[in-house]
Design a protein around this ligand. Structure first.
Ligand code: NDP
Length: 329
């Protein structure tokens, strides 16, 4: 009989409480694979959407969520020579890490900076690579230029604020509460504004010198997307990264034409296969991490048995930084 481990299992799609903790077989590392003892799982909004069946790709059930995690290499399948047993690694993509062990392809692991804890390593890849691509690869942000960061106290938001400042940009941060705005200020945001401020469009335009903002990282969608168009400067770039409101937005192309605006979609999963872009992001991020100029903001941490609560807290906008679940706790 195979050995069993605790894992989160989703058998039908829906709100976070469809997630159940169960005993399932410990996975075995096959050829070219490694088994990792999971220390920390970084929970992204995408995980919440995937469990609800609302993500960009179809969620097949039954499954164990958890696309971003860090842990200690526990055993190696045949032919693996790029990692050692006992080494801390991070992984990105797929699913299955809300469990005591996860098996991944040896080529999928990301080395972890020595100064990172397991929780920091699990909080890093998705948010910081997405932030970099939004600000630089697709956003073409320049030193001294203004950028508007929405949901600025969240996982991607805190990464975007930190990274934009480290790259010499000026940041307008928006979030739903004063406490969240304080976190954005602590991370260096130059101007902060409540998401529901009745004069937010004019205030954002004024903050960026009256002309509007040249670069916007748009993660809320719905009616807020129209506002992003109104907040943008002529020739502004709006990078569509998320749709946390889960509402549809309307786009009249003629409106882009009138003010020479550019709207660009960003999905990290598809950008990861662009080796040149990934290499450039890695080269830019590595020294910033080593010097401590960017440090992953680990938010609340939860035990595996509390996974549903962690997901619900993200949906209820109660969290700041990256929510982390620790299966070994
Ligand atoms: P966060 O930790 O930022 O949590 C989501 C935040 O979205 C909340 O804290 C909340 O901040 C804000 N929000 C605004 N409207 C709503 C709403 N109606 N319901 C719930 N939350 C809302 O999550 P992530 O950092 O994981 O993701 C942030 C966004 O970026 C998401 O839209 C996500 O899908 C996207 N993303 C996309 C990636 C890509 O490759 N395209 C990669 C990574 C993230 P507040 O209360 O301040 O408004």
């Amino acid at each position: 009989m195979s050995e069993l481990m605790k894992a989160i299992v989703v058998e039908r799609l829906g709100p976070p409480d469809v997630m159940e903790i169960k005993d399932i077989p410990v996975p075995v590392a096959g050829e070219g694979e490694i088994r990792i003892e999971v220390e920390a799982v970084g929970i992204n909004f995408a995980d919440v959407l995937a469990v609800a069946g609302q993500y960009l790709t179809r969620t097949r059930v039954p499954y164990t969520p958890g696309m971003e995690f860090a842990g200690i290499v526990e055993s190696l399948g045949e032919g693996v020579d790029n990692v050692k047993v006992g080494q801390r690694v991070a992984c990105l993509g797929g699913s299955g890490s809300l469990a005591k062990y996860a098996v991944v392809k040896a080529g999928a692991v990301i080395p972890v900076p020595e100064n990172f804890t397991g929780a920091q390593a699990a909080a890093f890849p998705v948010s910081y690579f997405t932030a970099y691509h939004g600000l630089k690869t697709l956003g073409r942000g320049q030193e001294g230029e203004w950028v508007l960061v929405q949901a600025a106290a969240g996982a991607l938001g805190t990464a975007s604020v930190q990274l934009a400042k480290a790259l010499g940009m000026r940041v307008i941060a928006m979030a739903s509460t004063e406490e969240k705005l304080q976190l954005a200020r602590d991370l260096g945001a130059d101007v902060t504004l409540l998401q529901d401020d009745p004069d937010r469009v004019q205030k954002v335009r004024d903050a960026a010198g009256g002309q509007g903002v040249p670069l916007i990282l748009e993660v809320v969608g719905g009616k807020r997307f129209q506002e992003s168009l109104d907040m943008a400067a002529g020739q502004g770039r709006i990078i569509v990264i998320g749709n946390a409101s889960r509402e549809d937005a309307k786009l009249r192309p003629v409106e882009l034409m009138k003010r020479n605006l550019t709207v660009t979609g960003l999905w990290l999963t598809s950008l990861m296969s662009d080796r040149k872009a990934t290499m450039a992001a890695t080269q830019a991020l590595t020294p910033l991490v080593a010097s401590g100029k960017v440090t992953p903001q680990v938010g609340p941490t939860y035990a595996l048995a509390d996974s549903a609560r962690a997901f619900q807290d993200i949906l209820d906008r109660k969290t700041t930084g990256k929510v982390v679940i620790e299966p070994g706790r």
